[in-house]
Design a protein around this ligand. Sequence first.
Ligand code: SR1
Ligand code: MG
Length: 421
Amino acid sequence: MTAQDYTALTPETLPARLGALSALSRRIGPAASWKVREVGDGNLNLVFIVEGADGAAVVKQALPYVRLVGESWPLPLKRSFFEYNALIRQEARDPGSVPEVFHFDEAQAIVVMEYLSPHVILRQFLIDGRKVEGLGERLGLFCARTLFRGSDLSLPASEKKADLARFAGNVELCDITENLVFSDPYFAAGMNRHTPGLDGIVARLRGDLSLKVAAQHLKMAFTSRAETMLHGDLHTGSVMVTESEARVIDPEFVTYGPFGFDTGMLIANFLMAHLSQRGHESAPGARDGFRDWLLSVTTVIWEVFAAEFARLWRTERSGILYQASLYEDQGHALASEQALSDLLGRIWRDTLGFCGVEMHRRILGLAHNADFETISNEGIRAACEARALAMGRQLMLGAEAIHGMDAVTAMARRIDGEDHL
Ligand code: SR1
Ligand code: MG
């Protein structure tokens, strides 16, 4: 099949086009019974829920352009291949953390997968002030397991290098991150937008030379430090939850990059959820308990990440890096612990930096987040966003002097009480 054979699905054409797919019909029943809804509201793809007599499934299809912008911004269908390959690796490295894949069609850029129900997107849960039991633990484990097991700490060198080459093809999605996350927020790029009341602080940030330098140091780390297979877009819109379960979705931005990228993006989105609560609470202080919970999730994510990473280091370090043959087998277990501690320290500092740029780009760039966007009072929204911008700057420039998550959560609490406009 050639690229010309690709045709976007519609709810009307889907049963005829996928009806013969046994991977689907054996799970959800014959096509004659299917009801199809298009539910995709993301930035890039088509997403359908297909309900049959015996169950339901999700059909995700890449569009040949950026849905958020339109056909003027072409985007290759091959991202579906990368997403599929990332999903099956994440499932192998952290079983149960992602939806099960039922079928992949490369030419049509279609991934058919498990329908998570009654799950909803975590970001919406947080806007609504709803908690998820065990959330920080689940996400911390996901990060530790997928990042450790996708790296040279764990994989055979040939496998890691093959995957490095495979995912290196995800050029266009990396290009989105490289521009939208690391560069556009720091100058008046064409697709940028921000809440009008932010003009003053935006001018100050864009005139901050140290910040521009820090952003490019982080960009260089992202583009050149191929340490592990990243999810690549791990924000609260990439997690589906119930009150007691969480699953990670949408790894189409998968690439090899630095360990701290996913953890940084993820924590940034909880900090933004925290700093947006003033725009969602029914009365000042009404969501204080929820604010505390959001910050406690960031603490748990990092603590669980570090503990699980350390456990895997001690029990599964089978790759070419920091071999046991060099340390433990020589009676130098202490050196192994020192190396682990050094590495976790570096991942921590990277996490803070990536956290900062993510906070900036969601307010200054093209792709904003609903936490702030759904605050209808523009003055309140600008005040919340200004705090997040200030915090992002502090994390990027002060990473060397921030020694633990307690310092980060204290900073969030303090900044939440300040005026940064
Ligand atoms: C043009 S795509 C904009 C953003 O949407 C995705 O979810 C990624 O976060 C990307 O940066
Ligand atoms: Mg996505």
